[in-house]
Design a protein around this ligand. Structure first.
Ligand SMILES: [Ca+2]
Ligand SMILES: [Ca+2]
Ligand SMILES: [Ca+2]
Length: 376
């Protein structure tokens, strides 16, 4: 085990990838473990944020305000390499229950409560970016992801519902990992807001209405969740089964863990699969006597070992598919913990805000990102 990269065992790089770039276009014999992330595959693979006042049994351990829920935000990180000419972040269906937009009816969201979804942005130095309500270098204000969802977004007054909108654009952005935070305080049972994210370098134009959603071919900017994400099908448009395709970056160690919360919803079955960089190691969950999590509980599954005493060739970008079968509103919380991370107990009450975000000197970390994180 490579102890010098102790913290980098599993970089939870659940990159939101255009699946076809890896799986459909390049013949298997020449397929490279290259990640060319662009955007959330839509509509099925939307990610979600849930009302904080929804009960834990809805499946959102992070956003839930009831203990041991963490009552906090989710993060999507965007990797900006040095020399990147432009950072453009677009959000699809950022609204929470709007009836605006091209369809004239709400799509995707199950709105409960007169509340807003808050999107905020931090640069690689950890500085909060002001989100103005007029066009400027700073982003648009998406905190009005409410029923109107139009806001005063400068010339782009289109509703957020059912379409991409440009959220933020900056020329010559600081290199590093930008952080998009999403939280939805209040509301109640079953309230959930699905949305998509794209990060790329294309120009959205003066009215911020061009090149939305990023490239359909070629290279966007990588995105990843850290440490975890909330996802699931949702009536009526995103019916199960749905498979989310992610690409964790495995950099050291011999094992990691797939941790999932609340996979119980009616008829809620499914699978988590891992395939190593070379394809030499695979892991299918659940296997044998393993079972996915019941209502309001965590389950943790060992993945690996993928090394032997003489071979450690499988570091790199893996694939990790999460399939939810049945349960048209069956949402889970999911993350990968590295070999040094503590194992969540069934209630999750050994997960704290501090060790969820950052790990501690005791070695309780879910992240494995320390080797690369540029701040905090
Ligand atoms: Ca449940
Ligand atoms: Ca939405
Ligand atoms: Ca919507």
């Amino acid at each position: 085990m490579n102890r010098t990269r102790f913290w980098a065992t599993v970089r939870p790089l659940y990159v939101l990838v255009l699946v076809g770039l890896l799986a459909g276009v390049v013949p298997p014999v020449v397929r490279r473990p290259e990640v060319r992330a662009a955007k959330t595959p839509l509509n099925a693979q939307m990610i979600t944020v849930r009302d904080s006042n929804a009960p834990l049994g809805n499946g959102d351990f992070v956003g839930c305000s009831a203990s041991p829920g963490l009552n906090t935000y989710y993060s999507v990180f965007i990797e900006v390499p040095s020399g990147t000419s432009r950072l453009t972040i677009d959000i699809y269906d950022a609204d929470y229950g709007s009836t605006g937009g091209p369809s004239g009816v709400n799509r995707f969201d199950n709105r409960v409560g007169n509340i807003t979804t808050n999107y905020s942005l931090f640069d690689p130095a950890g500085t909060s970016i002001s989100l103005n309500t007029s066009l400027s270098d700073t982003g648009l204000n998406f905190t009005q992801g409410d029923n109107s969802a139009v806001g005063t977004n400068g010339p782009d007054t289109r509703a957020a519902n059912n379409q991409w909108k440009n959220f933020f654009t900056r020329e010559n952005p600081a290199a590093g990992h930008w952080e998009l935070r999403i939280i939805q305080p209040g509301g109640g049972n079953s309230g959930v807001n699905p949305f998509g994210v794209a990060a790329h370098t294309l120009d959205p134009g003066a009215n911020r209405d061009q090149n939305l959603g990023g490239p359909t071919t070629g290279r966007g900017l990588n995105m990843y969740f850290d440490p975890g994400i909330h996802l699931g099908p949702q009536n009526t448009e995103r019916q199960p089964p749905i498979t989310w395709n992610y690409y964790p970056y495995i950099t050291s160690g011999c094992t990691c863990r797939a941790n999932e919360f609340d996979w119980d919803a009616s008829s809620g079955t499914g699978a988590i699969t891992f395939v190593s960089r070379t394809g030499g190691y695979t892991r299918n969950i659940p296997t044998g006597t393993e079972t996915l999590s019941p209502n309001g509980e965590w389950r943790s599954f060992v993945v690996g070992p993928w090394t032997t005493g003489v071979s450690a060739v499988d570091y790199g970008i893996w694939s990790n598919n999460i399939t939810i079968n049945g349960g048209s509103a069956n949402h889970i919380t999911y993350y990968i913990g590295n070999h040094a991370a503590a194992v969540p107990n069934t209630s999750g009450n050994n997960i704290t805000l501090a060790n969820w975000r950052q790990g501690t000197s005791s070695g309780f970390t879910f992240r494995g990102m320390r080797g690369r994180r540029l701040r905090r």
